[in-house]
Design a protein around this ligand. Structure first.
Ligand code: HEM
Length: 507
């Protein structure tokens, strides 16, 4: 928008207000008026709270956090043409996602950018609650993420862990012992997911290329003003061109990998580097309920991207916060190291050891409580008009769950602000993160749409953290012990000042 002349800008804004005003005038007596929506900050007609949020200068999660004490655990924000209902208590999350789980299990309509990248909702995360979602989710869970399948990909994880250690060593050697944490963790997880997804060997250059492309996709998916006020879309024609460019780039990057794998599957033995199984193998002939054809190449590109995106930044974010907390509190690091040395000895720690490391498991659980990688679950929508806490939830509304509202709730946790793995290790407190027994922390969501990658993600975080501690001693930079824990929204909630740590290989 910066490059547009102020007059052009002014003209379209005035036009937007005029047309929106007319729409408001002619529709204000419609059904919407009779709805009993949850309370929320007042805003002018049509734009609602949109500009208040945009002008606040605060990250969206911070804006919401400050509204909760005023409006309570269920509140409404009118974001232009979208009604956003934000739920932030365990009781209401349970009522919506467990007790009324089927009704709250859908997704809202997409904005035009997301429609392109999701191939019109042909992904597990974006599909409406129905047959397409069931087919795609069943395939991902049964064929990729079941415990048996997960074990089959053990070799991919070992290769990635060794690569991570090598990268950290060489980066530290070239920079006086300093390493970037998030970037390296991201690379390690990405390597695992790439191997699982494509089943073909890739050199570092190719991995970087795919990674860069995925980052561009995430950037163009960032919400824009015209997603909330579609009437402003003529102002965003440059951004729209960029969307199409990035989608083409995504297809051009991934289709050759898809074709390589297709040929390896059709001609067994032709590609010696091909893995025995990959996500792609499950997609080539996938049967979708209610559809005759199997997925097209463009749809396969979209499904693979979902697999890579869903698990990369989320997992890497958890690792960055883990390193920050260890540096801030050297006792946690010392206890982790002692536990690993005692249970594992001199051999390399691997995923089978993870079960024997209760303190590590407690640290990871506390990480997911105190720093859920995403502060909002993915947006839900109701399949039919519903009620929650006595309020109306209309079918068109975006229903959001603010996760820290639950995991930081002083009614559910003692000293919720404190990062304290002992609350779990000593059994003073506990929580079932699947939400089956109780709802106290839901970093992966709960109910029908719960993250299908939960088990794999937990293995990844435990394993990466264990290996990082076994191989290196971690300290802060420039000042050991002092870490700036300010948060920043970047798809996930990462550290505002990306963590750079000093590492020393252990003897
Ligand atoms: C620490 C890592 C992870 C976290 C914190 C996380 C968190 C979440 C959350 C909060 C949701 C939304 C649940 C809802 O809509 O209520 C979700 C959904 C999803 N996640 Fe994850 N996730 C992680 C890792 C992964 C991994 C490794 C994968 C797979 C490779 C994955 C794939 C998905 C998919 C496909 C969905 C959509 C499910 C559906 O709509 O049915 N995630 N995740």
């Amino acid at each position: 928008m910066d490059s547009l002349s102020p007059y052009y800008h002014l003209f379209f804004t005035a036009l937007a207000f005029l047309v929106s005003g007319l729409i408001f005038f002619f529709t204000r007596n419609s059904a919407a008026k009779k709805l009993n929506l949850p309370p929320g900050p007042p805003g002018p007609p049509v734009v609602g709270n949109l500009f208040q949020v945009a002008r606040s200068g605060k990250p969206f999660f911070q804006y919401v956090r400050e509204l909760i004490p005023i409006y309570g655990p269920i509140l409404t924000l009118k974001m232009g043409t979208r009604t956003m209902i934000i739920i932030s208590s365990a009781d209401l999350a349970k009522e919506a996602l467990i007790e009324k789980g089927q009704v709250f299990a859908s997704r809202p309509r997409e904005n035009p950018t997301r429609t392109i990248f999701s191939c019109d909702k042909f992904t597990v995360n974006a599909a409406l609650y129905g047959p397409v979602w069931r087919s795609l989710r069943r395939n991902m869970v049964q064929n990729m993420l079941s415990s048996a399948r997960l074990r089959e990909f053990r070799a991919a994880r070992e290769v990635a862990m060794d690569k991570l250690v090598d990268r950290l060593k060489s980066e530290a050697a070239a920079n006086g012992g300093l390493v970037w944490v998030l970037r390296n963790a991201r690379f390690a997880v990405f390597c695992i997911l790439l191997a699982m997804c494509f089943g073909v060997e890739m050199d570092e250059q190719m991995i970087e290329k795919v990674d860069q492309m995925m980052k561009s996709v995430l950037m163009v998916l960032d919400p824009r003003l015209d997603d909330y006020l579609p009437i402003l879309s003529p102002l965003f024609s440059k951004q729209w061109k960029r969307v199409q460019q990035v989608r083409n780039q995504q297809i051009e990057t991934l289709v050759p990998l898809i074709e390589r794998r297709r040929s390896a599957v059709q001609n067994p033995g032709s590609d010696k580097s091909a893995a025995s199984f990959s996500y792609l193998d499950t997609l080539f002939d996938l049967k979708i309920e209610g559809r005759k054809s199997s997925p097209s190449n463009a749809e396969i590109v979209t499904l693979c991207s979902e697999f890579l995106n869903g698990g990369t930044d989320t997992t890497a974010t958890a690792i960055e916060w883990a390193a920050a907390r260890m540096i801030e509190n050297p006792e946690i690091q010392a206890r982790l190291h002692d536990e690993i040395r005692t249970a594992v000895g001199d051999k390399r720690v691997d995923e089978k050891d993870v079960e024997k490391l209760p303190y590590l498991n407690a640290v990871v659980k506390e990480l997911l409580r105190r720093h859920p990688p995403t502060y909002f679950s993915l947006t839900h929508a109701v399949t039919e008009p519903a009620k929650l806490a006595g309020y109306d939830i209309p079918t068109g509304a975006n229903v959001e769950f603010f996760l820290p509202g639950i995991s930081d709730d002083p009614k559910l946790w003692t000293d919720p602000e404190k990062f304290d793995p002992d609350r779990f290790f000593l059994g003073r407190e506990d929580a079932d993160i699947t939400g089956v027994r109780e709802v106290k922390m839901i970093p992966f969501g709960i109910g029908r749409r719960i993250c299908p990658g939960l088990n794999m993600a937990t293995v990844h975080v435990n394993l990466i953290l264990a290996r990082m501690v076994q191989e290196f001693e971690w300290s802060g930079y420039p000042d050991s012990g002092k870490v700036d824990l300010t948060e920043k929204l970047e798809f996930t909630v990462v550290m505002k000042n990306s963590l750079r740590a000093k590492i020393k290989p252990r003897a």
